[in-house]
Design a binder for this molecule. Structure first.
Ligand SMILES: Cc1cc2nc3c(=O)[nH]c(=O)nc-3n(C[C@H](O)[C@H](O)[C@H](O)COP(=O)(O)OP(=O)(O)OC[C@H]3O[C@@H](n4cnc5c(N)ncnc54)[C@H](O)[C@@H]3O)c2cc1C
Length: 382
């Protein structure tokens, strides 16, 4: 057993950390306050390889392994939760299904555009106003064939990146009879007639990551925009979410690490009862718990990513990793705020933003309850 990153991964960690420090951190407060997306991160992240992490080199991507993806997502999460979410929604959701299951023609047309960092990003729309966790039974957005086109009607909800995307991969029902082979993914360019991207949602956190509702009113796209064989949408979605869960867990570790660092700095500076907060054992124990939790979460995130890199099943491990890392971030950032006292409740201090950003992580890409369902099903199936 080897717990070391390889040389390439160590260099990658350093590169992404410096990127996060230079391009994400300085704007993290501003993008949250102004609810603006950090475009500079995309423009500068493209050449670094951060917009092509799921895209093969022949289509202009950097195609990193799963551990390197987790490393990058932790560093980006450390830099800015909002911008990290936009990157994972692009790489893991918006480009990965196309790279894995799309036709060569579709990949050649779209992947180089979104890999470069010079253009807009990719997005994936699964969730609907009436269905999030219940993908299989709840999706009512439908696509019907008409000549050489698909005609799409319906609505989607909570779509990360929709307003900053070149296209939205849309999960639709292609067989009205239902069942596990009735869903398909179709690529819908954002300039398609009949597609309306609603205004950015007013959110609690991750306010620099635009999230939109969508409506599809007789949206027509070529039959060739189908991703993979018709009826494979559910399987493609579940597999995409397995990988995405590692990324959401990794972002959570980055957020927790950022909060812990802020708490340590504050505890060393702030005085109470003639000593620094760091001298109280109550503070030291909080810091010890933070370190333990972050280390444990990262070790398990790497395990899930390692299994993926080995081509082995990792669905249960991805669920455990996401569940633990996202709930861990809540505990760690809660304590980081506690160490800051009243200042931790101020929007002038980063721990307040990190707390709001972390709250989404136990909901997006499968809630904590759904992770527990996945884990218990694996365990009970023996
Ligand atoms: C900021 C943000 C960004 C998002 N980005 C995207 C995106 O890019 N693309 C996309 O498709 N979606 C996105 N989502 C949607 C997100 O994935 C869903 O919100 C999530 O999957 C939960 O679905 P829901 O909101 O419909 O809740 P529901 O499915 O209605 O669940 C509500 C509650 O019931 C619980 N519950 C549901 N079923 C069960 C069950 N069987 N057993 C026990 N408890 C259950 C849930 O755990 C939850 O607590 C985003 C959401 C947010 C808030």
């Amino acid at each position: 057993m080897d717990f070391d990153l390889n040389e390439e991964q160590k260099i990658w960690k350093k590169i992404v950390h410096e990127f996060a420090e230079d391009v994400l951190r300085p704007k993290a407060h501003e993008v949250d306050e102004k609810e603006e997306f950090n475009w500079e991160a995309v423009r500068k992240g493209g050449p670094v390889g951060l917009t092509g992490m799921s895209i093969p080199e022949e289509y202009g991507g950097s195609n990193v392994d799963a551990i390197s993806n987790a490393i990058a997502m932790e560093e980006l999460g450390w830099g800015c939760g909002s911008t990290a979410l936009a990157f994972t929604a692009h790489n893991g959701l918006g480009t990965s299904p196309l790279a894995l299951y799309g036709s060569d023609e579709l990949k050649k047309k779209w992947l180089p555009i979104v890999a470069s960092g010079k253009n807009k990003l990719g997005a994936l729309a699964l969730t609907e106003p009436g269905a999030g966790s219940d993908i299989q039974g709840g999706i009512i957005t439908r696509a019907e064939k008409d000549g050489d086109e698909w005609v799409i009607n319906g609505a989607k909800m909570w779509n990360t990146n929709a307003g900053i995307a070149e296209y939205i991969i849309t999960l639709v029902r292609t067989d009205p009879k239902g069942g596990s082979k009735s869903l398909s993914m179709i690529l819908v360019p954002t300039d398609s007639k009949g597609l309306t991207i609603g205004p950015a949602e007013k959110k609690m956190g991750l306010r620099g990551s635009p999230t939109h509702g969508l409506t599809y009113d007789n949206v027509r796209v070529p039959l060739g925009n189908l991703i993979g064989p018709e009826g494979r949408g559910l399987q493609q979605t579940l597999s995409t979410l397995d990988a995405g869960r590692i990324s959401i867990g990794a972002i959570s570790i980055g957020l927790a690490r950022g909060a812990m660092e802020a708490a340590i700095n504050y505890a060393k500076e702030r005085k109470a009862f003639n000593q620094s907060l760091a001298d109280f054992q109550a503070t030291q124990f909080k810091i010890a718990n933070m370190e333990m939790e972050i280390e444990l979460a990262r070790t398990y995130i790497y395990k899930a990513a390692w299994l993926k890199d080995q081509g082995r099943p990792y669905s249960k491990e991805a669920a455990i990793a996401k569940l633990f890392a996202t709930e861990m971030a809540e505990r760690v950032i809660y304590d980081a705020i506690q160490i800051h006292g009243g200042y931790g409740y101020s929007r002038e201090y980063p721990v307040e933003r990190m707390y709001r950003d972390a709250r989404l992580m136990t909901i997006g890409e499968g809630t904590s309850e759904i992770q527990r369902l996945v884990i218990s099903r694996h365990v009970l199936a023996g």
